[in-house]
Design a protein around this ligand. Structure first.
Ligand code: 5GP
Ligand code: MN
Length: 325
């Protein structure tokens, strides 16, 4: 993978960057943003890191993650002199939901570095590679092309980014190139055991209780599995929405399950939907048709209605994809 010369030139010729990643941030967005920020600082640039939602607990072990600020901390909504870089997303509405805020945010220019299949037209400079397993892999190559040194802190962030988006190197997007880059990052100081433990085995007791409840909601219809979480379950277990990360992966353990769906209640009659599939079943198409997006085997969107009608609608959309594959 070679980063386009235009993006290298774009980054080298500018001085102040506002680096932002998506809502409900994950290890790929967060790790990629921090590593990019560290590389740019080595070149003498000024960088600020933003995310609307807090860094989830499992990513807080990574150096530099404490630098993320909410957008309310911007010196002013008008960020003249700054270049906005969206990392691990390619549409401005993925970093904030408030349209008034987004139209007030006035940077000099903008760039997008992302690997999502579902593209929007945002950004003056765009590097979007849907064949890349993680944005972290793209940043790895970008660091080299920028002539920055891969420090231990950057290596830990990029290893985490790649580990998260490949499901710790086991999803369909795991190939020889990913494993070679991961090996390179381990040589630079990333620790695979620390990363795995922190990212995947650092649950609190409350999170485990929540998991038990969520798993008990399992509803298998044909070869499609549904699990769900309500706001009441969060209250009862003293947990937060970011603690449901990976829950959607578990029903896939059943061999016959082709698609696993997770419904997270975000408000009255409103659900965040996570979709996971195996092989050729492209759930990004379903998410996109519902106003969301993602990748072939991992995508998401927001839906309104009661759980039952949402499940029925999803079933109707997913069924033809599964029977065709
Ligand atoms: P998750 O289900 O873990 O929230 O997201 C799975 C993948 O789909 C991630 O790559 C995420 O960025 C993407 N995704 C989730 N929800 C949305 C959404 O509402 N819009 C778009 N464009 N992408 C989403
Ligand atoms: Mn990603």
């Amino acid at each position: 993978m070679v980063p386009p010369a235009e993006i290298i030139r774009f980054l080298k010729t500018r001085n102040n960057f506002l680096i932002a990643t998506h809502l409900n941030p994950d290890g790929d967005g967060l790790g990629s943003a921090v590593a990019l920020s560290m590389a740019l600082r080595q070149l003498g640039k000024k960088t600020l890191l933003f995310c609307k939602d807090p860094v989830p607990k499992q990513c807080r072990y990574l150096p530099g993650q404490d630098e993320f600020q909410p957008f309310e901390a911007l010196p002013s909504p008008e960020m003249k002199g700054y270049t906005l870089i969206l990392v691990d997303c390619n549409d401005i509405t993925r970093i904030h939901t408030d349209k008034t805020f987004l139209s007030a945010l006035q940077c000099d220019a903008s760039a997008v570095i992302d690997h999502h299949e579902t593209e929007k037209r945002f950004g003056d400079e765009r590097w979007i590679d849907p064949s890349s397993p993680a944005t972290g892999l793209m940043i790895y190559h970008l660091v080299g092309e920028l002539g920055a040194e891969m420090t231990e802190a950057m290596a830990a962030n990029l290893y985490a980014a790649i580990a998260v988006d490949t499901g710790n190197f086991r999803h369909e997007n795991t190939d020889a190139e990913v494993l070679r880059v991961a090996a390179g990052l381990v040589e630079k100081g990333a620790n695979p055991t620390t990363a795995y433990r922190q990212l995947f085995e650092s649950w609190t007791d409350g999170r485990f209780c929540l998991f038990l409840r969520v798993i008990n909601t399992v509803d298998i219809r044909e070869d499609i599995s549904f699990v769900s979480v309500t706001q009441e379950m969060f209250r009862e277990t003293s947990t937060t929405p970011d603690e449901t990360d990976n829950f959607v992966d578990f029903p896939r353990i059943m061999e016959r399950i082709a698609v696993s769906v997770f419904l997270r209640e975000t408000g009255e009659g409103r659900f965040k939907v996570s979709l996971r599939s195996k092989g050729e079943v492209n759930v990004a198409k379903v998410a996109m048709a519902l106003g969301g997006g993602g990748h072939r085997n991992a995508a998401g969107c927001t839906m309104e209605g009661d759980q039952d009608s949402i499940k029925t609608r999803l079933l109707e959309m997913i069924r033809p994809l599964v029977s065709r594959s």
